[in-house]
Design a protein around this ligand. Sequence first.
Ligand SMILES: Nc1ncnc2c1ncn2[C@@H]1O[C@H](COP(=O)(O)OP(=O)(O)OP(=O)(O)O)[C@@H](O)[C@H]1O
Ligand SMILES: Nc1ncnc2c1ncn2[C@@H]1O[C@H](COP(=O)(O)OP(=O)(O)OP(=O)(O)O)[C@@H](O)[C@H]1O
Ligand SMILES: [Mg+2]
Ligand SMILES: [Mg+2]
Lengths: 251, 251
Amino acid sequence: MIIAVANQKGGVGKTATAVNLSAALALEGKRVLLVDLDSQASASSGVGVRASSGVYELMVGETSPHSVIVPTSVPRLDLLPATRDLAGAEVELVSCSARERVLSEKLSEITDSYDYVIIDCPPALGMLTLNALSAADSVLVPLQCEFYALEGLSALLDTVARIRDSFNTRLRLCGILLTMYDARTSLSRQVAAEVRSHFGGKVFSVMVPRNVRIGESPSHGMPVLQYDPASTGAAAYRQAAKELLNQGVTA
Amino acid sequence: MIIAVANQKGGVGKTATAVNLSAALALEGKRVLLVDLDSQASASSGVGVRASSGVYELMVGETSPHSVIVPTSVPRLDLLPATRDLAGAEVELVSCSARERVLSEKLSEITDSYDYVIIDCPPALGMLTLNALSAADSVLVPLQCEFYALEGLSALLDTVARIRDSFNTRLRLCGILLTMYDARTSLSRQVAAEVRSHFGGKVFSVMVPRNVRIGESPSHGMPVLQYDPASTGAAAYRQAAKELLNQGVTA
Ligand SMILES: Nc1ncnc2c1ncn2[C@@H]1O[C@H](COP(=O)(O)OP(=O)(O)OP(=O)(O)O)[C@@H](O)[C@H]1O
Ligand SMILES: Nc1ncnc2c1ncn2[C@@H]1O[C@H](COP(=O)(O)OP(=O)(O)OP(=O)(O)O)[C@@H](O)[C@H]1O
Ligand SMILES: [Mg+2]
Ligand SMILES: [Mg+2]
């Protein structure tokens, strides 16, 4: 099962979700590959890895997946890291033939070795995110409980529909995960209520609260589930993993 | 004076800074043009404008600036709006000749009518941000007080240096503005201390606090300086405008 974690709005918790959901699924006994598709390499540093080659060499070069995939400190969680060169890939891929399907072809060699492949996308609907959507079985949309969050959602869902019609007929919406929820502000409560009324069962029941432990954990190079397993942030991502696993059962 | 508000890291307060600093400068009596270069059109909706044509038509079409610039509810503040079509410009501009200088040429017709032109950039170092940096006299970098904030800064400053050496010799760093500062968390205090020790006088004295009024104001289509002039957020942006105006005096 390949899941793209995508939202072109910046800073909504894509990387926090990709890293911590991957860790939660691995701690539930699943074999997980986290793919870092953002040239900022936040997901890579979030699991304590600073690599010299990775997904850029895989997509644009001749490298095989096995030579760039690395283990992490979380049992059963591997990483396909990002490097700064990835920033050039957005433009370089434009001139490739079958440019939207490069990642999907490269990943096909290794998907059998994992139960879940989780792809962290950059904040844009460019070539890298289109590659992730073309490779994915489903897309998980982190949505910050802020006003601007709703503005970009229709553009994202239009893009998902377009990819489903052209490159990837199996692509479905895995769900919308509300992030940085702060029960003390009416803004958070209003946005959460509006998203649930629009998207109903497509919204994960759990909301990820604003929790400083989530913001601190990357500076220690580990997911919040390792850094502070008792935190509200860790509990929320464990719950999101359980909801995801239940989806698989009833699918 | 053209200022690009840029940082490829998402969700760090670029739009909040572009909108509220523009409003604060206008309320200080300056004539200001806010340019929305993000296809999410957050800056446009942040000043209550939903346009059918704007900077895309200006850069890729044959429109003149005067036919797309609109007034806002803030006296002396005009807007050059974004529309969704702008999402296609990243790729379309790649094949233009002098592709990095398209915006600079189009803006040259109107820069004499404004004291400040403030450009809100998308969260990427793509063609649109390169156009903004080529057109700008200086770049203002909003920096969220979070761990990931420091990771992308060197890539951004490398890009600024590259643009200065090739397309725009006058481009300088206007300053780094710390945003979403929360004095209660050690994470915020650590990041702020680290940035000041690295960049010294290049960091604005004022820090923009995390303030829910800043997050609420876009849903009312107005800058926080109009929505809640007494808020800590409004006060911080008034202070940042004063610091900016003082830079001009001693430059
Ligand atoms: N629930 C949360 N509570 C507190 N801080 C959070 C939470 N989720 C994410 N953060 C922090 O907020 C910032 C933005 O989150 P993150 O980097 O995961 O977003 P993103 O969508 O991946 O950003 P980008 O668009 O740049 O890729 C980071 O500093 C992160 O550590
Ligand atoms: N100081 C602040 N206090 C509270 N909320 C803030 C503050 N600054 C910005 N926000 C809110 O945080 C979110 C992210 O800010 P904003 O959209 O300005 O960032 P950005 O860098 O422009 O994002 P993008 O990378 O998507 O363009 C928005 O919902 C905004 O309203
Ligand atoms: Mg990210
Ligand atoms: Mg923005």
